[in-house]
Design a protein around this ligand. Structure first.
Ligand SMILES: [Fe+2]
Length: 199
């Protein structure tokens, strides 16, 4: 089955004032849509058609960079829409997440700082991540469409730090975007869901 662009799980206005309607319209309707349509074109004839997305992401990494860029970004954005919700963020994480954050990352404040720092210091386009590796939480950053899947870990939370994700609302202030995103938009229930699936 061909890749498909999902609807956003909320209205285009739902994440204001932290992420505008205009940003979501461009980001979802134009950018994510382009990853889907170009991915569907480039996968044709590779033998990967119809395979699960995660498998296509892992198999194209390194072997077919043109395809990987599209399917990696399709995977990342599918989750990105769900990693946000209106009235998200906050420091009271679900218990199972808080336990690992305390044990592996030195507590919530250090986790928040490390995540924002990862996104801020990612040179050029890319992503900041909370990932699960060998049962432990890890903060990572990746360039372009890469994600923890192709580095031996499972993505649990990712923030898009491509300019298309923040330039309309924050201009060049990427750290401000990351802070607002982390404090007001993160859907911790979805992070928990992914953790429970992976653990
Ligand atoms: Fe994006």
């Amino acid at each position: 089955m061909a890749f498909e662009l999902p609807d956003l799980p909320y209205d285009y206005e739902a994440l204001q004032p932290y992420m505008s309607k205009e940003t979501l319209e461009y980001h979802h309707d134009k950018h994510h849509n382009a990853y889907v349509t170009t991915g569907n074109k480039l996968i044709d004839g590779t033998g990967l058609e119809g395979k699960p997305l995660e498998e296509v992401v892992k198999e194209s990494y390194g072997s077919n960079p043109g395809l990987f860029n599209q399917v990696g970004q399709h995977y990342n954005h599918l989750h990105f829409w769900n990693w946000m919700k209106p009235n998200g963020g906050g420091s009271s994480l679900p218990g199972k997440l808080a336990e690992r954050v305390d044990a592996d990352l030195g507590g919530f404040d250090k986790f928040r700082e490390a995540f924002i720092n990862a996104g801020t210091t990612q040179f050029g386009s890319g992503w900041a991540w909370l990932a699960l590796r060998d049962g432990k939480f890890e903060v990572m950053k990746t360039p372009n469409g890469e994600n923890p899947l192709v580095h031996g870990a499972t993505p649990l939370l990712g923030c898009d730090v491509w300019e298309h994700s923040y330039y309309i609302d924050y201009r060049n202030a990427r750290p401000k975007y990351l802070e607002a995103w982390f404090d007001n938009l993160v859907n911790w229930d979805y992070v928990l869901e992914l953790y429970e699936k992976a653990a």
